[in-house]
Design a protein around this ligand. Structure first.
Ligand code: C2E
Ligand code: MG
Ligand code: MG
Length: 708
């Protein structure tokens, strides 16, 4: 086996005293097991030349050279050989100098005259090894320092007593203390932390780390306060430093600024739980809060109220004034709602124009009613938006825990159902949930779904009911009445589906179909030579007030070629009583075109008569409830008299609807009512049957009219 040779080290001997110390040179001839390759020079100049040619592992330097000596000699060498080990050869009196030089620049020294060969060799070898070790150590230290200076985390080191021994630059910045200020001070003087949740000072984290000699974490939600009062959210860990025996020798605390990350996380969770338009809690957060409120509540003693609010006619505002105005109106409503409630309560936006208010601590159902009234009032106050004064009302449904539901889902659903009831019955009102509503709600829902398809599937038809001139007994006109042949339910009365069509906005396409169909039919009868004075069509409020209604009408006249004088629009009093300016202008235009307008169900709407008087109207239709009273409560017939008298004085035509008996007819004729309509003459009938009525007059089963 080949013996492994120790690698040869190169030595530069710089020594002048050949005679006196020839022994040093000699010693290299007897190296024993060492293997140094020697280069020998006698002065610094020669040494420098050699060093310029190639590096050496170690230099053996005589401190007394002819061209230089002492410290200068060392400095010169270091300039040319910064990484080479240096061993000094000095006279005994220079020993103190040599000792001092060892602290910084040289690795060892030997006293001239006292040197032995093996001692020299060992000194040279050790000097080389020591230099290498110093290099490694320096690099280690340097690497650690660079790491600590450049990492993004803050680092604080303490000794075993918990006094600070080191701070990296990030820690300096975060604690607001410099390394010089901090070193030697107890950790908690510099690292002032508190619990963000309680605001109380947090315990010294070192106690655990050093005391138990294992890593510990900072308290969750920890805030570091700087001397200037600035607060920073921090998190991370503290680890003990152990000595060789594994015992605590101090600690290292590593932490980082999580203020921005925390703020971001909070922002993201806010976004997920709030509505971006109004900033209110969204349906998720509401469900959560409602769930919590239910969990906390005792069903025997506590009550919770849920108010489901929907704006009346918001879609109309959105459609006519644009989404930007609609959005601002929603924001304004949101603010009003927020102002209406107390702190533990929640206002949330469900989406669209729906809001839900959660009231905790409700003692009596009346408390919820009071809140509902307060909210209705607040919402109804004028909203000033972009120089517009907008008015809007709301409908509210109320459900109560525990009586209307024990879980969030049911309470919300039932409040929603009650809201629909409020809306269908009377807008701008509130309703408490009643279990019977559910059945109606289910019905209503299925009607809504089917209505959407009814137009496409041609499930609608029109029936026509004749209007009879009471002087001539002739059929003068027709009222078109909508009929829906539902594929499963069969004939569905208009009073069941028209309110649903109004709430959902479906009344617009349906109403426009009715107008077109009725005009087409009227034109067809007239073209066939039949005499038809007017064709009456019922128009709902939503349709009548819709922007573009008049344009629709013009298009229909153009399409069907019907003379506008033949068309009569039947509107209810409530249509005339809202948005008065708008209504007056529409009526003015209709009058100019020759389209007639009659007030349907007259007498039921508590109209302001002095106002009605000023509108360009053509006829009043006495509601059938009054016609019924003619025979049932004879003395109350005065209402019918009053309406007929009023119509006459306003030069309006008066027609009685729902005439079912001969007595009713006789009475109306006596009072000189102009026209009548009702089952006594004819039910509403399909178009082909109506054509027969038009040609076969007079239409009086008793023959009374024809005898006039
Ligand atoms: P309305 O305009 O007051 O129509 C009169 C209603 O009374 C019709 O009910 C008609 O069939 C019924 N009627 C007629 N004569 C008598 C009678 O002698 N006795 C009784 N008890 N009832 C009589 P219908 O067809 O069920 O319509 C109900 C309501 O639905 C209408 O009341 C009207 O407000 C609405 N409607 C009907 N068609 C349309 C339409 O095309 N558009 C709109 N917007 N509403 C419509
Ligand atoms: Mg009518
Ligand atoms: Mg009517």
């Amino acid at each position: 086996m080949m013996k492994k040779r120790r690698p040869t080290k190169t030595v530069l001997l710089i020594e002048n005293n050949l005679d006196g110390s020839g022994s040093v040179l000699d010693m290299f001839n007897h190296q024993g097991s060492y293997s140094f390759e020697l280069t020998y020079v006698v002065c610094m100049d020669d040494a420098v030349q050699r060093l310029a040619m190639h590096p050496f592992d170690v230099i053996l330097l005589d401190l007394a050279l002819p061209d230089t000596s002492g410290r200068d000699a060392i400095l010169q060498l270091r300039a040319y050989a910064p990484r080479t080990s240096i061993v000094l050869l000095c006279d005994p009196e220079d020993e103190p100098f040599a000792i001092q030089a060892m602290e910084t620049e040289v690795q060892d020294y030997l006293i001239k005259g006292e040197i032995e060969a093996h001692e020299l060799m060992r000194a040279l070898r050790n000097a080389v090894a020591r230099r290498a070790l110093e290099d490694v150590l320096y690099m280690e230290q340097d690497r650690a320092q660079v790491t600590l200076d450049s990492i993004a985390d803050a680092v604080i080191c303490t000794d075993i007593q918990g006094n600070i021994s080191y701070l990296n630059p990030v820690a300096e910045r975060m604690t607001g203390r410099s390394l010089e200020e901090a070193v030697g001070r107890p950790l908690m003087d510099v690292f002032r932390i508190m619990d963000a949740a309680t605001g109380e000072a947090a315990a010294n984290p070192l106690v655990k780390a050093i005391g138990k000699n294992r890593p510990a974490r900072l308290p969750v939600n920890c805030i570091l306060t700087r001397p200037d009062g600035h607060k920073i959210f921090i998190e991370d860990s503290i680890a003990p430093i152990r000595d060789r025996d594994g015992l605590s020798a101090g600690s290292v605390l590593v932490f980082r600024d999580v203020t921005v990350a925390r703020a971001l996380a909070a922002h993201i969770s806010h976004l997920a739980e709030h509505d971006s338009l109004t900033g209110l809690p969204n349906r998720l957060l509401l469900r959560d809060r409602l769930g919590q409120a239910i969990m906390r509540a005792n069903p025997d003693t506590d009550r919770i109220a849920l108010l489901f609010l929907d704006l009346d006619g918001f879609k109309h505002i959105n459609d006519s004034l644009g989404h930007a105005v609609g959005d601002k109106l929603l924001q304004s409503v949101a603010k009003r709602l927020r102002d209406c409630i107390r702190t533990p309560d929640t206002v949330s936006r469900q989406g669209g124009d729906e809001f839900v208010v959660l009231l905790q601590d409700v003692h009596e159902p009346e408390d919820a009613a009071v809140a509902a009234i307060r909210i209705l009032k607040a919402v109804a106050e004028v909203h000033s938006i972009d120089q517009l004064d907008l008015c809007i009302t709301a409908s509210i449904g109320v459900s109560l825990y525990p009586e209307d539901g024990l879980d969030a889902e049911t309470l919300i659903k039932n409040a929603d159902t009650a809201m629909y009831q409020a809306k269908e019955n009377q807008q701008h009102s509130y309703r408490f949930f009643k279990p019977a509503m559910n059945v109606r709600a289910v019905q209503r829902q299925s009607i809504e779904q089917d209505l959407r398809r009814a137009l496409e599937r041609r499930e609608f038809t029109l029936h026509y009911q004749p209007k009879i001139n009471l002087k001539t007994g002739k059929v003068t006109s027709a009222e078109a009445l909508l009929r829906w042949a539902h594929p499963k339910r069969g004939h569905t009365p208009p009073l069941q589906f028209i309110p649903v069509a109004e709430v959902t906005g479906l009344i617009l396409p349906i109403g426009s179909w009715v107008l077109r169909e009725a005009c087409k039919q009227a034109r067809a009868w007239i073209d066939a030579g039949m005499h038809l004075a007017t064709m009456a069509v019922n128009v709902s409020a939503i349709q009548f007030r819709k922007e573009g209604f008049l344009e629709d009408l013009t298009a229909i006249f153009d399409e069907t070629g019907l003379d506008p004088h033949v068309l009569e629009l039947e509107v209810t009093e409530s249509v005339l009583m809202e948005r008065i300016d708008h209504v007056t202008s529409i009526l003015g235009t209709l009058r100019k075109r020759g389209v007639r307008v009659s007030v349907d169900d007259f007498g039921t709407g508590y109209s302001n008569l002095s106002y009605i008087r000023k509108l360009p109207l053509d006829s009043l239709k006495i509601d059938q409830t009054f016609v019924r009273q003619i025979t049932s409560i004879p003395r109350d017939t005065s209402i019918v008299n009053a309406i007929i008298g009023m119509g006459r004085s306003l030069k309006l035509q008066v027609i009685a609807e729902g005439v079912e008996t001969k007595e009713e007819l006789d009475f109306l004729k006596l009072q000189e009512c102009d026209e009548a309509q009702g089952f006594y003459f004819s039910q509403p009938v399909p178009a082909n049957q109506f054509a027969n009525l038009l040609v076969s007059h007079p239409l009086d089963p008793s023959g009374l009219l024809s005898s006039i």
